[in-house]
Design a protein around this ligand. Sequence first.
Ligand SMILES: Nc1ncnc2c1ncn2[C@@H]1O[C@H](COP(=O)(O)OP(=O)(O)O)[C@@H](O)[C@H]1O
Ligand SMILES: Nc1ccn([C@@H]2O[C@H](COP(=O)(O)OP(=O)(O)O)[C@@H](O)[C@H]2O)c(=O)n1
Length: 695
Amino acid sequence: MSASADRPPFLDLPPLVALGGTVRLPGSKSISNRVLLLAGLAEGTTLVHDLLASDDTAVMLDALRTLGCTVTPSATPGGPLAVTGLGGRLAVKEADLFLGNAGTAMRPLAAALALLAARQGTTGAGFRLRGIPRMHERPIGDLVEALRPLGCQVACTGTEGYPPLALSGPGALALDASIRVRGDVSSQFLTALLLALPLVAEDRALQVEVQGELISKPYVEITLKLLARFGIAVEREGWQRFTLPAGSRYRSPGAVHVEGDASSASYFIGAAAIAAVDAPLRIEGVGADSIQGDIRFVDAARAMGADVTMEANALLVKRGAWPLKAVDLDCNAIPDAAMTLAVMALYAQGTTRLSNIASWRVKETDRLAAMRAELTKFGATVIEGPDFLEVTPPAGAWQRAALHTYDDHRMAMCASLAAFNPLAPGAAGQPAVAVRVLDPGCVAKTYPDYFADFLALVTPQAGAVPVITIDGPTASGKGTLASRVAQRLGYHHLDSGALYRACALAAQRAGIAPDDEPALAALAAALPLRFEGGRAWLGTPGEDVTDRLREEAIGQMASQIAALPALRAALLDWQRRCRRAPGLVTDGRDMGTVIFPDAQLKVFLTASAAQRAERRHRQLAAAGVSATLPALLADLEARDARDRSRSSAPLKAAEDARQLDNSALSIEASVEQLLRWWDDAQGGAPHGPEHAPAA
Ligand SMILES: Nc1ncnc2c1ncn2[C@@H]1O[C@H](COP(=O)(O)OP(=O)(O)O)[C@@H](O)[C@H]1O
Ligand SMILES: Nc1ccn([C@@H]2O[C@H](COP(=O)(O)OP(=O)(O)O)[C@@H](O)[C@H]2O)c(=O)n1
């Protein structure tokens, strides 16, 4: 998917100095999409456990539904997805399938539908397969060239050799001769044929012959293992000849468990080799039992110095040799995970050479060019060859950089490892830099929660997590502004008012009087409040109190008890603990003066009392609460007066706060103003052209 309006334009990662804990990997993309296709073609229902939820699996699921498969999500969260397959019979004879940028959907669906179309015929325009513009630049000619001699009618409706494709039938299939496919550009063409041919192997054995040296063999191994799970025992002679026995027929195994994504594991393995100094990072979901080729990344990481212990389904990784060791590696077997080595090379002594990676050029972007362009921005020396990359780390201080990600999930995940630059041996004693990752949302292709999972494991450099504070009187728009800015920056948002409101609600429920300061302070010190998913949860396991907190009576009581110094003191640590990577935007009355006096940007937001009363009036009306304007104005002025005059943390602008009167400013204009100030506070946007160079 391309960057969209609701995806933040960038994410600034603060300099990081350590990493630890446990991460549970999302399901493997390669296994997920193969299993979905197999389940969709087989007869019967397959329960798919631990399926990856991502852009690439979403387009496959949509395609299967369009083709007439029944896809039923589990009633219990995290439960298996049920897919009832076609049993080899087309349920629809024409369809328009949008497959995003998912090669793992485009190629095998093209092969399967081309064969089924030839056998069973199509109607209308037949099957049309298309994707985003980059998908239309990714070659599929070798597969088309393999299918046409069999009698499949495959038209490239844009450029010959590239999607979009139009598949039609019927046609006589010629399956007696050996089926030839090239294997030296992408192994996905062979995989596509192997997944599709069982549909037409009922009465004869079929032989597939690979021309040229087969690349990415481990991915073909995954295909063979999954075919076996669905009842197809492919015989192979080396990596050149594959035979599907006569009578091959898909049978659902009933249930399939998708293991964690070994390519996704590479970022955590790399990060742990750099920054898990005290204790190993535990990575759950892949291990010694994995069927994915990218598990061999472990060997490459070990060669660079990582200390890795393998369990059946987990890895324990910590820093071993330090600095990391520069390596000269043939990466043909681990093309995707090898990208991670390129970033690890920034922490090695000497020059790392990654070779036999020409396939990088035809992936989500030209990854050889992209990696050179982006690593160079830090000051690294990078040589890009036709099929290799050489990386030498920066000699001294790293440059601040904004990294383009080219709508490539792996470029974005790789970028995260650069945030450990304070640890880089060559940069010792030099100022650390924050790393700007442009369009971080592109990780949704395979790992939507990557940055949240990564950031939950890291320790930022002392004082490096940025805070933006927004203080001001009631209804000036603090909460609205803070939440929009947090969304744009990908930061956490703390609405401190909600904290005081939650105290008020909890006190009311416990029957504590609004002037019982010791009891209120004790209550606040142990307040079981959580903000999660944009909602406020009180108690354990947690009641959603979001709407109750907005009630006027609760606001009144909050304003009253907020004047008590012991209660305020009890909430101090709770608020400071919200300062977590990548950053925090917080709003309230004393955020810039008391709670975060060292905030990088402080804003004091005001608007005329009349404006504010009107805004609150509209807000309440929208929520179906009736209130008169004069009453609201009086209440708001009373609250302002109480907030300003209290002795403990009175409402006032911090001396170093920027003043923003938004009486005549729209919400969007206020957001833009604040973001401009934020850029200024950081000495301008990091260097790098605004737009990615053409791929
Ligand atoms: N700049 C603005 N212009 C117009 N309305 C605004 C503006 N900022 C906020 N509002 C509206 O004012 C109301 C109060 O804003 P809110 O963020 O809840 O204020 P606070 O957190 O300061 O109490 C909301 O309905 C919001 O949509
Ligand atoms: N940092 C803060 C935030 C809120 N408060 C108090 O808590 C009350 C509720 O906060 P809020 O931000 O939700 O208030 P409204 O302005 O939205 O009514 C306010 O009236 C303040 O008195 C505070 O004292 N300090």
